[in-house]
Design a protein around this ligand. Structure first.
Ligand SMILES: *[C@@H]1O[C@H](CO)[C@@H](O)[C@H](O)[C@H]1NC(C)=O
Ligand SMILES: *[C@@H]1O[C@H](CO)[C@@H](O)[C@H](O)[C@H]1NC(C)=O
Ligand SMILES: *[C@@H]1O[C@H](CO)[C@@H](O)[C@H](O)[C@H]1NC(C)=O
Ligand SMILES: *[C@@H]1O[C@H](CO)[C@@H](O)[C@H](O)[C@H]1NC(C)=O
Ligand SMILES: *[C@@H]1O[C@H](CO)[C@@H](O)[C@H](O)[C@H]1NC(C)=O
Ligand SMILES: *[C@@H]1O[C@H](CO)[C@@H](O)[C@H](O)[C@H]1NC(C)=O
Ligand SMILES: *[C@@H]1O[C@H](CO)[C@@H](O)[C@H](O)[C@H]1NC(C)=O
Ligand SMILES: *[C@@H]1O[C@H](CO)[C@@H](O)[C@H](O)[C@H]1NC(C)=O
Ligand SMILES: *[C@@H]1O[C@H](CO)[C@@H](O)[C@H](O)[C@H]1NC(C)=O
Ligand SMILES: *[C@@H]1O[C@H](CO)[C@@H](O)[C@H](O)[C@H]1NC(C)=O
Ligand SMILES: *[C@@H]1O[C@H](CO)[C@@H](O)[C@H](O)[C@H]1NC(C)=O
Length: 785
């Protein structure tokens, strides 16, 4: 360690020059610090910060006088701090915006301790607009925007904080568990969801498949809406019951693959027309709460950027077993999840009809498994359980007493703690492997998350199959993050590319990326032929999904110089924004299977608009070096155990790394102790009487009934009184205009004319692209004022 020099050196010099060795074992899972709130949702904002969201619950961490349910985790220090979020973000969806900001959509009404309805009821008492204890607001229509910031920004400024004010910016409909997918112009489509909470999205018997008595939201809508109103999607009626967090992937044609229940279709967002595709073989359900691992396979020049989607795991529970809106009919924790994998190419270019193709089974059954596409084009599956489903409940139709539930509220069991890697290019029969991969000691069940970090490791966090914080149950609320180091971390040298631009266009001139001879080992000519440049969008993760996750390998050719440097002539994005929607992404250069760090780029114009495209320029022909030389890098990346240079950025970080490694041993022991305590508690729990109350009571039939006067008058803990409009059928649950002065949202002192219009929030290495204003007219989205 150059400690002496570091004391006198500038921070910039440190960051670029000091790379102390960090002992990282390929295939290992190590402590990633604490997430402050339980990481139900995450996204990577830039090369420093990961943003984390939880449901409104009784987290110990406080912010502005209430429990926190937002946080930001720092990549370099592995520490996190709380961030304020106003509305209940429980089971929201999320997506990037073309300018590098992120939006989250919907959530739950305001709740209080134990997941009970908050202190200011709305919708006939079936939901609340505010809770005085947790101080959360109704998030069911919320659109929250975050502009990612770095340590160079003033984190306390409004431009770095969540904008969360449904009074100003909101969806037209209330949505829990909606799907979110971007269109080619950057518009986000929100599809379906629950109006309020539940296990599956239908009643039993299913007499109202469209609305479920007001519990299901069968429409889609756009953000920005630009005058378009929410319309019913017939597929939501057809798949009624198992269609929340539908799997949605925009196709090159501009149509969207939508998969839910065991049905599949292509949807045209411009006409709302549907084209049926085949049913899922074996009727294996992949959407929540079956929660299969689903991802689009890498888009490559070799497959001409034609998407294939891979579906793995989930559950083949039958219609009857899924039971009810409230809870399952069977003891799901004893029902093995599915190991089945199917591939689907929704728009074949060879004239064949789209058809599911059986793929290799996973190495284990898995519900809530989650796919992370790695820079080497392989897919990691992490998290989840071998039995059961997502969701939590105090009972099933079989185990009717909470005290008898074998795993507390968890409807899943048998945590799948060992990751596995899927190679889409390996011959059938050999695509899955977990050789050399460690297991975690932490169960990652319902409400876990995982995401690719800019150094090509994977952040794993969350798990909370409980209605509110519970640190003492079988599968407790989890705040501990972990980092998984894939096998390529065995290499002590990582490619160090230069020349990656900060924006990519759709078509246009190619650019050159240069790799010095220290970026690889072995033959330069061979390395050049084994180099890929990939644009990866890690996505927005929740519920075992990474919404928006995509991998696109840019077209390349190369020139190898006699000094061993390699110039990769690299095409821009293919000239069709439907293939990879505009917005933030990471560019990785992978040589002989070893990826560089990711460089943040903005794909496209940075605005919600029809993206400019131009023809792709032809690439120069490959030129090998006349005298092949050997790179001075080392490591092959094929297997683990090497000590490598993972490049901590300062002496400070290096000390922390030492602490992390040391802490690991203690951590394993702690894990064992916890295991013992839990089995004791489990026995104790089996003897204890049922104590929790209404966590799984979902009033349905009466949720649009008028609020009784007595409820309307109910206290709101210190807030000036607000008289609810009562939510008669078809009415908004919002605040009448005469009530605006007392509107709790107003206390955010929001000033629409001054917020964010001159944001200097910057993506690291991104150019100063002009920030654009949200052009949506305020309140156009159906709030009634
Ligand atoms: C799944 O779809 C089928 C066919 O439309 C329907 O009969 C069934 O009720 C759905 N399952 C659930 C749990 O809603
Ligand atoms: C679910 O899958 C398992 C394993 O393939 C199979 O044995 C079982 O029969 C299936 N159940 C149903 C209801 O399809
Ligand atoms: C579904 O819920 C209703 C109302 O709570 C109940 O009457 C019915 O028995 C439940 N059905 C199943 C299959 O759990
Ligand atoms: C998972 O389900 C199988 C099949 O019912 C059962 O034998 C096993 O005990 C379950 N595992 C756990 C941890 O409950
Ligand atoms: C935590 O879970 C245990 C077992 O499921 C239960 O007995 C206990 O009441 C729960 N604690 C809280 C605070 O909900
Ligand atoms: C690491 O080294 C140990 C002991 O030499 C060996 O058993 C293990 O297989 C190695 N792991 C990997 C991933 O190569
Ligand atoms: C890229 O490299 C090629 C061949 O080495 C060279 O002709 C071209 O001018 C370079 N382009 C740019 C933009 O540097
Ligand atoms: C590229 O490198 C990887 C990792 O060393 C190796 O497994 C693979 O065979 C190489 N591919 C080619 C085409 O040389
Ligand atoms: C890749 O570039 C080459 C050379 O310009 C071109 O012939 C080929 O069509 C391109 N492939 C794709 C998928 O664009
Ligand atoms: C990769 O990023 C880390 C910071 O996360 C940095 O310390 C390291 O030097 C980088 N490695 C390379 C090869 O650029
Ligand atoms: C990005 O766009 C959104 C939506 O228009 C806007 O709210 C946000 O402020 C923009 N971000 C920046 C950094 O300008």
């Amino acid at each position: 360690m150059l400690l002496t020099s570091s004391l006198v050196a500038s921070a910039a010099w440190l960051a670029s020059s000091i790379h102390p060795a960090q002992a990282v074992t390929a295939g290992s899972i190590v402590d990633g610090g604490d997430t402050t709130v339980s990481a139900m949702m995450m996204f990577v904002g830039n090369s420093q910060k990961v943003y984390i969201l939880d449901k409104a619950e009784g987290n110990a961490a406080q912010i502005n006088g209430h429990p926190a349910w937002g946080a930001v985790w720092d990549f370099n220090t592995h520490t996190s701090v709380a961030m304020d979020v106003k509305t209940n973000v429980f089971c929201a969806s999320g997506m990037h915006l073309p300018n590098g900001s992120y939006a989250t959509f919907g959530g739950n009404g305001a709740v209080t301790v134990g997941g009970n309805i908050g202190s200011v009821p709305t919708d006939g008492g079936s939901a609340a607009s505010f809770d005085a204890t947790y101080q959360d607001y109704d998030g069911r229509k919320a659109i929250r925007i975050l502009n990612p910031c770095t340590d160079d920004d003033d984190f306390s400024s409004t431009k770095c904080q969540w904008f969360d004010n449904p009074d100003v910016l909101a969806m037209q409909k209330e949505r829990w568990y909606s799907a979110a997918e971007a269109l080619g112009d950057g518009t986000i489509v929100l599809i379906g969801g629950f109006v309020n909470g539940g296990y599956i999205n239908r009643n039993y018997p299913n007499t109202d498949p469209t609305f479920e008595g007001g519990a299901a939201e069968p429409t889609y809508e756009f953000y920005p809406a630009n005058g378009r109103t929410a319309e019913i999607m017939q597929f939501m009626v057809k798949t009624s019951g198992l269609n929340s967090y539908a799997h949605t992937y925009l196709m090159p044609s501009g149509k969207m693959l939508v998969q839910a229940n065991y049905s599949t279709m292509l949807w045209d967002p411009s006409t709302n027309t549907e084209t049926d595709l085949p049913d899922m073989p074996g009727q294996v359900v992949r959407v929540y709460p079956a929660s299969g691992a689903v991802a689009m396979l890498p888009l490559t020049p070799a497959n001409n950027y034609n998407p294939t989607v891979l579906f793995c795991g989930g559950s083949n529970m039958t219609d009857e077993m899924w039971g009810n809106y409230s809870w399952p009919a069977i003891d799901t924790f004893y029902y093995p999840a599915s190991a089945d994998c199917q591939r689907l190419t929704p728009e074949p270019t060879d004239g064949s009809a789209p058809a599911y193709e059986q793929d290799d089974d996973m190495l284990e059954t898995r519900t809530m498994g989650q796919f992370i596409i790695m820079p080497n084009g392989k897919l990691l599956v992490v998290n989840g359980g071998e039995n059961g489903t997502a969701g939590y409940s105090q009972n099933t139709d079989v185990t009717t007493q909470y005290s008898q539930m074998p795993y507390g509220m968890s409807l899943a069991a048998a945590p799948a703690t060992k990751p596995a890697i899927y190679d889409p290019n390996a011959p059938k029969g050999s695509r899955w492997s977990n050789d050399g991969l460690s297991s975690s000691s932490i169960a990652r069940l319902y409400h876990s998350s995982a995401i690719l970090l800019p150094d090509a490791s994977i952040l794993i966090a969350g798990s909370n199959p409980n209605v509110d914080v519970n640190l003492t149950t079988f599968f407790p609320t989890t705040y501990k993050a972990e980092i998984f180091y894939p096998p390529y971390f065995s290499s002590s040298t990582r490619p160090s590319p230069s020349g990656i631009p900060s924006t990519l266009t759709y078509g246009g001139s190619y650019f050159n990326i240069t790799l010095s001879s220290s970026s690889y080992s072995g033959s330069a000519n061979t390395a050049a032929g084994n180099t890929t440049v990939a644009v990866i969008r890690p996505g927005w993760t929740t519920h075992a999904m990474n919404m928006g996750q995509r991998y696109l390998q840019l077209n390349t050719s190369y020139t190898v110089n006699n000094d061993g440097s390699i110039v990769m002539h690299t095409s821009q994005m293919p000239p069709n924004a439907n293939i990879f929607q505009p917005g933030p992404a990471l560019v990785f250069v992978t040589v002989n299977g070893i990826p560089s760090n990711g460089t943040f780029v903005i794909v496209g114009s940075g605005s919600v608009e029809t993206q400019p495209t131009s023809a792709a320029s032809a690439l120069p022909v490959n030129q090998l070096a006349s005298t092949d030389t050997s790179g001075s890098g080392s490591g092959s990346g094929s297997s683990g155990n090497n000590t490598k240079n993972n490049g901590a950025t300062s002496s400070h970080t290096s000390a922390i790394v030492g602490g992390v490694v040391g802490g690991l041993v203690a951590f394993g022991i702690l894990g064992a102790l916890i295991g013992i305590c839990l089995s004791r508690r489990r026995r104790a729990a089996n003897r204890a009487p049922a104590s929790l109350s209404s966590a799984n009571a979902y009033a349905l039939s009466d949720r649009k009934a008028r609020v009784p006067a007595s409820m309307m008058a109910r206290g709101r803990g210190g807030e000036s009184g607000v008289v609810e409009s009562g939510g008669g059928s078809g009415e908004r649950d919002g605040f009448g205009s005469q009530e605006l002065s007392a509107d709790p949202y107003n206390r955010q002192d929001y000033n629409a004319s001054s917020d964010w219009n001159q944001s200097t929030a910057a993506l690291t290495a991104a150019p100063p692209i002009p920030p654009y204003q949200d052009d949506v007219p305020r309140r156009e989205n159906g709030m009634s004022f």
